[in-house]
Design a protein. Structure first.
Length: 133
């Protein structure tokens, strides 16, 4: 399992911020994401770091899978946020389109999707996604 980056290390979501000031504060429970994009970035980082507990915690209770197994052979390499629609601090829903570049068993690929999020009781949750070609 990959180790969490040090507090001063750059965040694996490639925001340009230190891990502790970016996704690390969400992973540790020190803060909740204020926007759908922040939640998207923190969930990507959780996939990189094989943090299934955080992924389940941020998945909407109506759509969270009964079982979640992360593949340690999957190397997430880069996250590109392509667009956001709503998903701000005062919104109750939003979408984030992104591409996540990966390497798996020596093969390179891109996971492209639009994720849907809802905000309930001041917390953002991942609901579901549409996978794009």
């Amino acid at each position: 399992m990959p180790e969490n980056p040090g507090a001063a290390a750059n965040c694996v979501c490639l925001s340009g911020e230190a891990y502790a000031d970016c996704c690390g504060r969400f992973h540790s429970g020190g803060a909740d994401a204020a926007t759908a994009e922040q939640l998207m970035r923190s969930r990507y980082s959780a996939f990189v770091l094989l943090n299934a507990e955080y992924l389940r915690k941020t998945w909407h209770p109506d759509t969270v899978p009964a079982d979640l197994e992360l593949d340690p052979a999957m190397e997430w390499r880069r996250l590109d946020i392509l667009s956001t629609n709503r998903g701000g601090p005062l919104d109750t829903e939003g979408t984030v389109e992104f591409k996540a570049h990966y390497r798996h068993d020596g093969e390179r690929g891109v996971h492209h999707e639009t994720s849907r999020f809802v905000r309930e009781h001041r917390r953002w949750y991942y609901v579901d996604a549409v996978r794009l070609a």
